[in-house]
Design a protein around this ligand. Structure first.
Ligand code: ATP
Length: 918
């Protein structure tokens, strides 16, 4: 059985609520109603709408509240905004923007409090009090002499009238323990007797129902032109230690709060009793209150230890005698007696009482927080997260707090000096509550509504048939129905685009809250999880979104890497200039020139040689005769540290290095391996560009903060030979990366996440193509790498086979003197030195102050370390990126499939909803 069902005709009769994404959305808040806070509701006007402010555009523009969607966005909304209460001709509910009515009630001093008879709280006018030179103003102040009848007149009568007019209405009693909340709401238990009408102490609730039944009878008698029937159903629950218990069936504990698109929030399995007379209500009150958790504290002998909510849903069906039109008004009354806040110091609670007190205070604090936020939103107009789901109380009563209900709050205080802290706290709470603006609507469905909705159903059915038949969507039909079939899809798109910060679809606090609490995906899920079907889809969606989120993060990382690589590739292309030789090539640039060349220096610092090239060279190197088996194994494993013994490398390539502003030049022989086995053995692969591997996407997260940049010396000419103009590729790549980055950025949205995903994949592919081109080119020609390791700037340069083949292969650069020398001679020298890589100006520097030995030791180790690490990373990244690429493809397919299913699902759901409404 459903209870606490919030009639939401004001919601669901708007087109907004007809969309799957908006069923939880609160009606947008509008400017403050221009009525006196304490103004009584309209004269008994069951079928006359209560005062409603007409929202003119100018009024809207002055609103401090969050901007609303344009009123003409949908037909239903348009009607809603144009409606005037006087005319009351619209089939749609009238709208009433109302502030919270706050009454301050002071209970008389108790005997034990009456030390000197002085009261710290003084009533200074009908609606204000003073306390220690502070003045607080509310809607009304009921001092110690006020009676139960006074309170009823202040809040009870308006509640009844509002209820009969079709508004949801709530009264909350808030205050510290022992301040008189229970007394105010129900009266003393002795007052709840069969003949309670004679008891002057009976509380607000019995008085309200007395009046309600009386007014119902009155309406049925007086309005002779209409046939009217009323139905009232009551439920009674308590929230004790964050668990809901049915007070009318106390065996039913730990009930769950659920939400329904049509009826709103309700408590599952809560007993609802039909009541038609006062006696019925009194019985329920007695039963419920006797089941409520109470306990004795030092402050209150019969302290309520739970929040309790008495709810009555009143349905009024009327049929006009003149034109035979039917209408249904549904309103809901919530009478809430909150547990009292208490300080352990004053109540000296212990054991179970202490635990209760903790829960009570926490729950009240969450309520206070929510009130604070709602007040701030109402006053500043700023959009904020409203944490309705922080507690059962706020979640259950969310409609009363800032939503579709008229709310009155009776704040009770003790005038005793002992309670000044709690009293101040209550006064501040009351002041904040006063600032909240609810937006109540008349919950009425008329025949015109039904006609309108029938027409919508017809159109939706047509749309559904059309989409089922050809899978297309008609925008024109969308305009006529006012319902956007693609909205859910757009939400998905937005979610996909901004997985970390989902868009707030409307100024609905609850949805916003989900964003903060559950994360972006959850928001979307929550917003769509009011049916099992939706939940199932939502779960799938969640999985997809999470996957995409992770994937996006990975792609972002990869892209960042690619951008860096691309930058350096571009730079390298520039540096290569016309001759295609890197600027720092040792053969063409002396070490001094390198040092003095700012360009060279800039490049040298914080840059690292291209990892991919190393990998490629290793692969190519395998086809070369391997004279050092140890090294070969090392290469193949790619992960082991290369030992110095295995570093007797000589190839036809030349390796240059710059160590701490010193340039070194090294010669290698083709018949040997380098210590790192990378980029030194010349390759013989073809220039022909085969399809590049998709997976290469270096990732530098563990790269010891090495700045990475490729300095491969591939000329434009070579690139063109490979495939197209490299610059064209580069530009395209850069453009794509930039574009992809923009789209992938969490705070930025894109219109098409599917395109984004594919776009990223495309960018990755293109980027990798370029890198591979460079790899290929560089491995064939020459390349130089530079990096910085432990404050050492290192550069490595390889010279291509062709280059060397053009030279006399028996002659290469001497690593000692930087002169061309016969290999045997140089080899001997290198062996003597015990190093494969030696300073280029070793001969010269030996005579200088620079300690040559130190450089000799330093360089190989540094190079080995970094290169071995680089190879390892590169291999891992290759696998990783291959997986990513596969994942992207898979997800793209899933998303496309989901898109179609979702569209169809939305239409089916909407049709079902409208059918159920009708
Ligand atoms: N306005 C009042 N006139 C006379 N007696 C009052 C008034 N308000 C409260 N009392 C008395 O004060 C005592 C405490 O009141 P009550 O139980 O209503 O406090 P409470 O705020 O509900 O406390 P708790 O939060 O602990 O349940 C009761 O004995 C009640 O009869």
């Amino acid at each position: 059985m459903k209870a606490l069902a919030q009639p939401r005709s004001g919601r669901f009769s708007t087109s907004e609520s007809l969309t799957p994404s908006s069923h939880k959305q609160r009606p947008p808040r509008v400017p403050k109603e221009n009525i006196e806070p304490n103004a009584m509701p309209p004269e008994s006007s069951l079928f006359r709408s209560p005062p409603v402010s007409v929202k003119s555009p100018s009024m809207k523009s002055r609103s401090p509240l969050p901007p609303r969607p344009p009123p003409s966005s949908t037909p239903l909304k348009r009607k809603l905004s144009l409606e005037t209460p006087a005319e009351n001709v619209s089939p749609l509910p009238s709208l009433c923007d109302s502030g919270v009515q706050v009454i301050l009630r002071m209970r008389p001093l108790k005997k034990d409090e009456d030390d000197d008879g002085s009261q710290i709280v003084q009533k200074i006018s009908a609606n204000s009090i003073s306390i220690f030179d502070h003045t607080f103003t509310f809607d009304s102040v009921a001092d110690t002499g006020s009676t139960q009848h006074d309170i009823f007149q202040l809040v009870g009568v308006p509640l009844v009238e509002n209820c009969l007019a079709g508004f949801n209405s709530s009264i909350f009693a808030y205050g510290q323990t022992g301040s008189g909340k229970t007394y105010t709401m129900w009266g003393p238990s002795s007052s709840l007797t069969a003949d309670s009408s004679l008891n002057q102490e009976r509380g607000l609730t019995p008085r309200v129902f007395e009046m309600l039944f009386s007014r119902i009878h009155e309406e049925q008698t007086n309005l002779s032109d209409k046939k009217i029937s009323f139905e009232c159903h009551c439920s009674f629950l308590e929230i004790y230690n964050e668990q809901i218990t049915d007070l009318l069936a106390p065996m039913q504990k730990n009930l769950q709060i659920r939400e329904d698109v049509r009826t709103g929030v309700y408590v599952d399995c809560l007993t609802e009793e039909y009541v038609c007379q006062m006696k019925d209500v009194i019985q329920l009150l007695i039963k419920g209150l006797s089941n409520r958790k109470t306990g004795a504290t030092s402050v209150n002998l019969e302290s309520s230890r739970s929040h309790c909510v008495f709810t009555c849903v009143v349905k009024c069906r009327s049929k006009s005698m003149s034109d035979g039109s039917n209408s249904l008004r549904t309103s809901r009354i919530n009478l809430v007696d909150l547990a009292g806040s208490e300080r352990q110091k004053s109540t000296r609670a212990a054991g179970e009482r202490l635990k209760e007190a903790g829960n009570i205070n926490r729950s009240l604090s969450q309520l206070g927080n929510l009130i604070y936020i709602l007040a701030e939103v109402s006053q500043s107009g700023k959009h904020r997260h409203v944490p309705y789901r922080d507690s059962k109380l706020t979640f259950l009563l969310q409609e009363s707090l800032g939503g579709n209900a008229k709310l009155a709050m009776v704040c009770t205080v003790s005038p005793s000096d002992r309670c000044k802290c709690e009293t101040f706290s209550t006064l501040r709470f009351a002041q904040r509550a006063k600032a909240i603006k609810n937006q109540a609507v008349v919950n009425e469905t008329t025949e015109d509504n039904v006609k309108f909705l029938r027409e919508q159903i017809r159109q939706l059915k047509d749309e559904l048939v059309r989409i089922k038949s050809d899978g297309t969507y008609s925008e024109s039909n969308n305009k006529t129905t006012g319902w956007n079939v693609q909205r859910s899809l757009n939400l998905l798109r937005l979610s996909l685009c901004c997985p970390r910060t989902l868009p707030v679809v409307d100024d609905d606090g609850d949805e916003e809250m989900e964003i903060v609490k559950e994360g972006s995906e959850t928001t979307y899920i929550e917003a769509h999880s009011n049916s099992n079907v939706e939940k199932a889809s939502a779960n799938e969606e969640l999985i997809s979104l999470r996957d995409l989120k992770d994937l996006n993060a990975d792609i972002s990382d990869t892209e960042a890497m690619l951008v860096q690589l691309h930058d350096s590739v571009s730079e390298n292309v520039q540096d290569s200039g016309q001759n295609g030789v890197v600027a720092c090539e040792i053969e063409q640039t002396t070490s001094d020139e390198c040092r003095t060349s700012s360009k060279c220096k800039d490049i040298a610092y914080d840059e690292f040689s291209i990892i991919l090239n190393m990998k490629d060279n290793i692969c190519h190197g395998e086809s070369e005769p391997v004279k050092n088996p140890t090294m070969r194994k090392s290469l193949n494993d790619s992960c082991t540290e290369i030992t110095e013994e295995s570093s007797a490398v000589v190839g036809s390539d030349t390796v240059g290095a710059i160590v701490q502003d010193q340039s070194y030049n090294f010669s290698t022989s083709r018949s040997h391996f380098s210590p790192c086995g990378v980029g030194i053995v010349a390759c013989e692969s073809s220039f022909a560009l085969t399809s590049p591997k998709l997976s290469l996407s270096p990732r530098l997260e563990n790269c010891r903060s090495l700045g990475v940049s490729s300095l491969m010396s591939s000329s434009r000419k070579n690139m063109s030979q490979l495939e197209g103009d490299p610059e064209v590729l580069s530009v395209s790549f850069a453009h794509n990366l930039k574009h992809s980055n923009n789209n992938a950025h969490p705070t930025q949205s894109s219109k098409n996440p599917f395109a984004t995903t594919e776009h990223l994949a495309t960018s990755l592919r293109q980027g990798l193509e370029i890198i591979n081109c460079h790899q290929l080119s560089s491995s064939l020609r020459n390349s130089s790498f530079r990096f910085r390791l432990n404050k050492i700037d290192v550069g490595i340069q390889t010279h291509p086979q062709e280059y060397n083949s053009s030279e006399d292969s028996s002659v290469f650069i001497c690593s000692y003197c930087n002169n061309k020398a016969p290999p045997s001679e140089c080899h001997t020298r290198m062996q003597d030195a015990g190093l494969q890589i030696v300073p280029v100006d070793d001969c010269q520097s030996a005579s200088k102050s620079q300690p040559v030995d130190r450089c000799k030791k330093l360089l190989p180790k540094a190079v080995e370390k970094v290169l071995a690490g680089a190879i390892r990373r590169e291999m891992a990244l290759e696998d990783h990126c291959a997986k990513q690429a596969a994942e992207i493809t898979h997800l793209s397919r899933l998303v496309q499939q989901y898109k179609h299913e979702r569209e169809c699902m939305s239409i089916i759901e909407q049709t079902a909803r409208i059918r159920s409404v009708v």
